[in-house]
Design a protein around this ligand. Structure first.
Ligand code: HEM
Length: 384
């Protein structure tokens, strides 16, 4: 997708609006399904997004021969039956049959990590992204996959470059370097963890090939931490701005569960899905998306659709049910959702006493460059 100067969506992509794209989404929803100047179709209302997420005429795939990196596509970017086979293979080690209690078992490990991170926060000022929200998902995903934590500075630099902007000459090189790194890791028999388990699993679908394993590893490494960091940071920012919710968490730790769910609706870490293609003409929202068109599903706009939820701009964790698109929907529904929820809940419970004595030093804070994976780059606070 190219930035169209002057279009409302162009303004969404513009970093100056990163701190608050929501009024722009309100304008976009006036045309639930609309064509951008570059030919991309934008979908911004709940029902239409949800329908397309379940529509087999909408593809997530691309032509691998056009991929400058030459990787086989991960299951995020494939359609059935390929998608289902790859996802089934990955799921076997991420839940039943082999690891049915994996997520529940992780709770203790999460608690240990967050307690250490909280204890290590400096006494007077802290950056809650660099010193809390970022390290937690990295520690978790490295442990889960069996990726050595000592290598984190290397892959963080590649991931930052790979996700920095829409078009960037270093982007492909950074993906390539990350893929080579993961390939070397897989070839050298990784540490105990998901990668080793996947490499050695013989199930009804056979084994993942080496290239499929590298693509799956790349997907899990990126999806597993560039999103959760934003969920924790967006939640922390909200708690600093609206401390009444902090009091509720401190009074009742179980309140963190509906709180996190409402953050996923109100300020979701994944704002839109930019890589769908129509495989056929699709009549929807009073118009027809033509076969071959690119489609961007603006999850964050759908989450605040007044046709779906009343008073959508108000943050209200007491609303029931909280039905949102924060983890997508349909066959590509987030693979890591149970883990991400638990991680954020444990993190915010432990951070709540710190937030209660914290003052935001920069509001709005600086944001990460990505409009898709949107969240604060830093959250600098003074601690009293
Ligand atoms: C708050 C944190 C997270 C958010 C908001 C999030 C959001 C999403 C969304 C919106 C999708 C749908 C993508 C699409 O339809 O094209 C997705 C898919 C996916 N997520 Fe997450 N995610 C999070 C955490 C995680 C974690 C922790 C993992 C891994 C452990 C993970 C792994 C995946 C994978 C593998 C997919 C692809 C699923 C498929 O194509 O079938 N995610 N995620």
């Amino acid at each position: 997708m190219t930035i169209s100067v002057g279009s409302v969506f162009g303004a969404v992509l513009d970093p100056v609006n990163r701190h608050d794209p929501y009024p722009l989404y309100t304008s976009l929803r006036r045309t639930p399904v609309g064509r951008e100047p570059d030919g991309t179709w934008l979908v911004t209302t709940f029902q239409e997004i949800s329908a397309l997420l379940h529509d087999p005429r909408v593809s997530s795939a691309y032509d691998p021969s056009t991929d400058p990196i030459g990787l086989v596509p991960s299951f995020l970017r494939t359609d059935p039956p390929e998608h289902d086979r790859l996802r089934r293979l990955a799921t076997r080690q991420f839940g039943p049959p082999h690891r049915p209690t994996l997520v529940a078992d992780l709770q203790q490990s999460f608690e240990g990590i967050v307690d250490r991170l909280v204890a290590d926060l400096p006494a007077s000022t802290a950056d809650l992204v660099d010193q809390f929200a970022y390290p937690l998902p990295v520690l978790v995903i490295c442990e889960l996959l069996g990726v050595p934590l000592a290598d984190e500075p290397r892959f963080k630099a590649w991931i930052d470059e790979a996700l920095a902007t829409a078009e960037h000459p270093r982007q492909s090189a950074a993906f390539r370097e990350l893929a080579d790194y993961l390939g070397d890791l897989v070839d050298a028999d990784p540490e105990p963890g998901l990668l080793r388990a996947l490499a050695n699993d013989d199930g009804p679908d056979g084994r993942l090939t080496r290239d499929e394993l590298v693509s799956t590893a790349l997907l899990l490494l990126i999806a597993g931490h560039e999103t959760t960091v934003n969920l924790i940071a967006n939640s922390s920012l909200l708690l600093l701005r609206q401390p009444r919710w902090l009091d509720r968490i401190l009074d009742d730790p179980a309140f963190v569960v509906p709180f996190v769910e409402e953050v996923l609706r109100w300020d979701p870490p994944v704002q839109f899905l930019p890589w769908r293609t129509a495989l056929d003409d699709i009549p929807i929202g009073g118009t027809t998306i033509p076969a071959g068109a690119s489609i961007t599903l603006v999850l964050a706009a759908g989450n605040r659709d007044p046709g779906h939820v009343s008073d959508p701009d108000r943050f209200d964790p007491d609303r029931r049910p909280v039905q949102h698109l924060g983890f997508g929907d349909g066959i590509h529904y987030c693979f890591g959702a149970p883990m991400a929820r638990l991680e954020a809940q444990v993190a915010l419970r432990a951070l709540a006493p710190v937030l209660a004595r914290a003052r935001l030093l920069e509001d709005p804070p600086e944001y990460r460059p990505s409009a898709v994976l949107r969240g604060p780059r830093h959250l600098r606070v003074a601690l009293d």
